[in-house]
Design a protein around this ligand. Structure first.
Ligand code: FE2
Length: 234
């Protein structure tokens, strides 16, 4: 089993290559279109066949590489049930299992950042600790914003406290972005040190989120319309 965290410096986005080295099959979570050549290079170097390109949600800050990967490799594109992405080949729902070789990934519906946000949980395997790919639901010492695209601080609170924080404390957290120079954490570490998790109820989280006053991401308009078509820029 191989997990590679890949960073797009322009949009502070993480993508993840997951591969079963026995069956030589792979999937990529949250690919960024501009990094296509890097993904193809790694697939070739490890002699992997790409089965799936998956987005955790419809992104507003970068253009998805799902469509470009599908064109280049004939992989299937997968998105969550409530994503407005008709271009995708298949959709998953809460608790669905995505199989890829010996990789068993569980989809967890974690709305809040957007109403189509999912996380993916990979159970403990051959001595490798469990991992969760949290998209923009949980960052290291932060969370995704909740002020657009069906975002809701109440949903985010429930997704965090009823879903992600119930995972084992030693679960490795692989976030969808990082703006502070960190790349991974654990559920236990975030419970202790993430300032947005030191709240008693959703109203306290909402008060933090409402005070952020963030500007829209620079690729906002183009990303939303392109990502509805799996990354096809009009
Ligand atoms: Fe996002």
């Amino acid at each position: 089993m191989l997990i590679r965290q890949l960073y797009d410096h322009d949009t502070f986005s993480f993508s993840y290559l997951l591969a079963d080295l026995q069956t030589k099959t792979a999937m990529i979570i949250d690919p960024v279109k501009e990094r296509l050549s890097l993904y193809l290079q790694l697939l070739e170097e490890f002699e992997l066949s790409l089965h799936y390109a998956i987005d955790t949600h419809l992104h507003a800050d970068h253009i998805t590489g799902m469509g470009a990967l599908r064109e280049a490799t004939s992989c299937k594109t997968l998105v969550g049930q409530s994503s407005k992405m008709d271009c995708a080949d298949e959709q998953f729902a809460d608790n669905d299992i995505i199989h890829c070789g010996n990789i068993i990934l569980r989809a967890l519906y974690t709305p809040g950042h957007t109403n189509d946000s999912y996380s993916f949980y990979l159970e403990e395997n051959n001595g490798m600790p469990p991992c969760v790919f949290t998209g923009d639901t949980l960052f290291i010492r932060g969370t995704g914003r909740t002020d657009f695209m069906g975002g809701s601080s109440e949903d985010l609170y429930n997704s965090l406290f009823s879903q992600l924080l119930t995972l084992p404390d030693h679960t490795i957290v692989y976030p969808g972005h990082d703006y502070k120079g960190m790349n991974q954490s654990t559920i236990g570490e975030e419970k202790q040190h993430n300032p947005r998790l030191q709240v008693k109820n959703w109203q306290e989280l909402a008060a933090i989120m409402d005070g952020l006053n963030l500007a829209n991401p620079k690729k906002f308009t183009v990303a939303i319309s392109a990502n509805a078509k799996c990354g096809e820029v009009p």
